[in-house]
Design a protein around this ligand. Structure first.
Ligand code: NAP
Length: 490
């Protein structure tokens, strides 16, 4: 067993049971959580199965009326306390995250702060849920809208941001008055359970905040199909998102889906090549390339292909790979060995069709004893190769030469995904034409990262439905009701 508990300043944050109706629940069986950097066991965690999921949904439904009637100012205070506790425990939460997921410790702590930013924002927004008055055609009548919480929300989250994908989704739901049931990814339940411990300390009433751990195939249908569940908030792959949407359709339940991406990273010939290279390194190698907004297809105008390749090669060769707890490491292990095998196949497939490896291009599993893959730079891959068509989800940057704006827009849009895109140019005309021409929910211009608590996060096409972040998040978790009053002022 790993030494995670002993590394924590507050050992009560090491929780391995589900959190249901304010209690820690053991379940009938357990599953292992492993450290991808060395494959050692970190913990065994409760599998509460369908029965536990039902218990959690029932508890959330029972807490619903009280929580929605709680003053928004009181809800704001509790959510803000949760934020404060998360930040006070940033170091421990970072250690838990780095050990179960494998991102470097500094980056893991950064994720905790990023995720906490959404909690703080949601606490502030709890006080700003507004309706409107509307002029109606009937003489003497009045019309107005009110916004009310949708009810119990199931939140199903992925392993690549074990903390922030929970806080970004759950804090606005909680703030506007929705009780929640979270099902974290099997690889990374410990971050979710530590957040539950802090939620309990923050003072959420019993049943408002629940975390169920265990096998998705048993827990999932309860969370998508129980009568008491009003909405499903999901972050994860497009494939699972489609399945959950299908399950939710039976009860016409509301869905908010944050799904996969295939981000173009476009570098125009007027761009600052050094800044574009820095930006790509920052965006691409974060979380070892395992993010939904990770640059996946780097489109480079032909005139600067040589310069950019050179600038990148120099940088990629210097990216430090290693244990997440080692000082200066920029890329940790991938989530598990299968992920390394998948990335290896994508790369070898592209090479077999003529791609050239400029840097990296190999598994480091044997030499490093964990799920490591070398930071990689590739040129000359076929646009039809699996490497270009699929989410790479690994530390591999692949460059594609392009001629002009028309070709760039066409190629960028030649994917069923539409989450994030990046554009490097200093020409204002190009900024407008390209950002308006490409179908992506978020576009960073001369900026390699797009998410913040203030701004809308979400995708078009098969990358999802709905937006998290900013004022839009509260709208996702509220119903808009219209009231027509007549017969009073006649
Ligand atoms: P995943 O396989 O879709 O899993 C995501 C979550 O869904 C996990 O909690 C998983 O549980 C659960 N799940 C799987 N099958 C289920 C089922 N039949 N019923 C109910 N729940 C089920 O995705 P992942 O591999 O964890 O995450 C990577 C994907 O997430 C990538 O495609 C990435 O682009 C996407 N992502 C999107 C965003 C965004 O904001 N758009 C952010 C981050 C990640 P188990 O772990 O127990 O299987």
């Amino acid at each position: 067993m790993s030494d995670l508990r002993s590394r924590l300043k507050d050992q009560n944050l090491f929780r391995t049971d589900s959190f249901i109706n304010g209690e820690w629940v053991k379940g009938d069986s357990r599953f292992d959580v492993n450290n991808p950097a060395n494959r050692s066991k970190v913990a065994d965690v409760a599998d509460v199965g369908a029965a536990g999921a039902k218990q959690a949904v029932k508890a959330a439904a029972a807490a619903n009326l009280e929580w929605r009637r709680t003053s928004p100012f009181e809800r704001a205070r509790i959510v803000k306390r949760w934020h404060d506790l998360i930040m006070e425990n940033q170091d421990d939460l970072g250690v838990i995250l780095a050990m179960e997921m494998g991102k470097p410790l500094a980056e893991a702590k950064g994720e905790i702060a990023y995720g906490a930013g959404f909690v703080e924002w949601a606490a502030e927004e709890a006080k700003r849920v507004h309706g409107e008055t509307i002029a109606v055609p009937t003489p003497g009548a009045r019309g107005w809208t009110i916004r009310q919480p949708v009810g119990v929300v199931s939140c199903i989250t992925p392993w690549n941001f074990p903390s922030a994908m929970i806080t970004r989704k759950c804090s606005p739901a909680l703030a506007v008055g929705c009780p929640i049931v979270i099902k974290p990814a099997a690889e990374t339940p410990l971050s979710a359970l530590a957040l539950a411990e802090l939620a309990a300390r923050a003072g959420f009433p019993k049943g408002v905040f629940n975390v169920v751990t265990g096998e998705a195939k048993h827990i999932g249908p309860v969370l998508t199909q129980s009568d008491e569940v009003a909405m499903i908030g999901f972050t994860g792959s497009t494939q699972v998102g489609a399945l959950l949407m299908e399950q939710a359709a039976k009860g016409i339940k509301r869905v908010a889906l944050e799904l996969g991406g295939n981000a173009p990273f476009i570098v125009m010939d007027d761009a600052d090549v050094e800044k574009a290279a820095d930006g790509l390194i920052q965006g691409k190698f974060r979380a070892g390339g395992q993010t939904c907004v990770s640059p996946n297809r780097v489109f480079v105008q032909e005139a600067i292909m040589g310069d950019l390749t050179e600038a990148l090669a120099e940088r990629v060769k210097k990216v430090k790979v290693g244990d997440p707890f080692e000082e200066g490491v920029q890329v940790g292990p991938l989530i598990h060995d299968k992920a390394v095998e998948r990335v290896s196949e994508l790369v070898s497939g592209a090479v077999s069709k003529g791609a050239k490896i400029v840097a990296g291009g190999k598994s480091l599993m044997k030499e490093m004893g964990g799920s490591f893959y070398a930071p990689t730079l590739i040129t000359g891959a076929d646009m039809a190769s699996s490497l270009a068509v699929n989410e790479i989800f690994g530390p591999v940057a692949s460059l594609y030469p392009v001629k002009d704006e028309a070709e760039i827009i066409k190629l960028a849009n030649a994917t069923p995904y539409g989450l994030a895109a990046y554009l490097y140019t200093r020409d204002a005309g190009r900024v407008h034409r390209i950002t308006e021409g490409i179908d992506f929910g978020m576009i960073g211009v001369n900026a390699p990262m797009v998410g913040s608590p203030a701004t809308p996060f979400g995708g078009m096409k098969q990358s999802g439905i709905g937006r998290e972040g900013g004022k839009w998040a509260a709208e996702e978790f509220t119903e808009l009701k219209f009231v027509l009053l007549s017969g009073i002022d006649e």
